[in-house]
Design a protein around this ligand. Structure first.
Ligand SMILES: Cc1cc2nc3c(=O)[nH]c(=O)nc-3n(C[C@H](O)[C@H](O)[C@H](O)COP(=O)(O)O)c2cc1C
Length: 142
């Protein structure tokens, strides 16, 4: 099974999750500036929200996808909103790229809010989430 991890981060919060996810599924976490070069079964895509929107770099990445993707699994950090899922799903849907109903989301530190987040426990939960997604996909494939 081919798996890739891409993320966008400004302050490092989403990168922490990306590295936990990538280590759990045995691949390298790369920033969205690194395009996908080959088809993947699962793309774990990490993002966060800045003044209500995902960064343009995430939009550019999704728009530039040229390979076949089995499904995108979104993970995100945010300080106030629950997650970036709706925004990312909308961008993917516009490109006809399948995405999972499930996501991983947790708090990310911002100014005085949520100091230390995501923390080790968040990273552990993100890793467990990613492993479960992959093992369910393997079972599904038979
Ligand atoms: C300029 C700026 C604007 C932000 N706007 C929002 C927002 O509108 N809603 C929200 O939930 N979080 C907001 N945040 C918090 C970030 O989503 C949160 O800190 C996130 O974990 C940042 O991820 P990163 O460190 O990977 O860039 C904002 C953060 C920054 C720096």
């Amino acid at each position: 099974m081919k798996i890739a991890v891409r993320y966008f981060t400004r302050g490092g919060n989403t990168k922490k999750l990306a590295e936990a996810v990538a280590a759990a599924v045995g691949v390298k976490a790369e920033p969205v500036s690194v395009p996908l070069e080959e088809d993947v079964d699962i793309l774990f895509l990490g993002s966060s929200v800045y003044a209500y929107g995902v960064d343009d770099a995430v939009k550019v990445f999704i728009d530039g996808i040229q390979v076949r993707i089995g499904k995108v699994v979104s993970f995100s950090t945010a300080a106030i909103i629950k997650s970036t899922y709706k925004q990312v799903a909308r961008l993917l849907a516009a490109k006809g790229i399948p995405f999972a109903a499930e996501e991983f989301a947790c708090r990310g530190s911002f100014a005085m809010l949520h100091k230390g987040k995501p923390d080790a426990e968040d990273c552990k939960r993100a890793a467990e989430f990613a492993k479960r997604i992959v093992s369910e996909e393997c079972a599904h494939e038979g």
